[in-house]
Unconditional design. Structure first.
Length: 185
């Protein structure tokens, strides 16, 4: 028996769902001949982003989104950019986030356990990390639930990241992909 865990380092089988999403997305984009400028995905512990990147490949930039109230990955990626072989400096780079808070409560992991895999995927795909403020998380949640499938605030956090990037002028007129996950309850 395998103890329950949704973190890739503890249970590689949990990666199968996210990898399948990545494979399906890759195939569907190729079928319709669409080359999006980025794929946005919310990140807590990191298993979803890690597995999505494994299935999707490196052709589309991976943009990982965290809430301003809990952004250990973003902080670590900034610190890791100044270090050779950051995977050798796990303890110095990935520190627990104190007092995580956000409406997007499913991404409030105080550490992003799969951060090394995500850092590699971001580098290979020319991706990046984005922080969404709480007001942007709330706005994205309302926007999606007004016009789309009923989705949790965690599941719409990627939309918040896309809105941040759009407001900053980072995105052009090419399509983007945003992963919506988690039913509103």
């Amino acid at each position: 028996a395998i103890p329950f865990s949704v973190q890739g380092p503890a249970n590689a089988w949990c990666l199968d769902g996210g990898r399948t999403i990545g494979w399906e997305l890759h195939d569907q984009l190729n079928d319709v001949e669409v080359a999006p400028q980025a794929v946005f995905v919310q990140v807590g512990g990191g298993a979803l982003a890690t597995s999505l990147a494994l299935g999707l490949g490196d052709d589309v930039p991976l943009v990982v989104v965290q809430a301003e109230g809990c952004a250990p990955l973003h902080r670590t990626l900034q610190a890791a950019s100044a270090v050779d072989a950051p995977e050798l400096h796990w303890a110095e780079l990935m520190e627990p986030w104190e007092s995580p808070h956000s409406l997007a409560d499913g991404i409030l992991d105080d550490e992003t356990y799969d951060w090394i895999s995500i850092a590699r995927a971001i580098k290979r795909s020319a991706g990046r990390s984005v922080i969404a403020s709480e007001s942007e998380i709330v706005h994205a949640h309302k926007l999606v639930n007004t016009s789309g499938p009923p989705t949790s605030a965690t599941g719409t956090a990627g939309v918040a990241g896309a809105l941040v990037e759009s407001a900053a002028g980072t995105l052009d007129d090419r399509p983007i992909v945003v992963l919506l996950s988690g039913a509103a309850r």
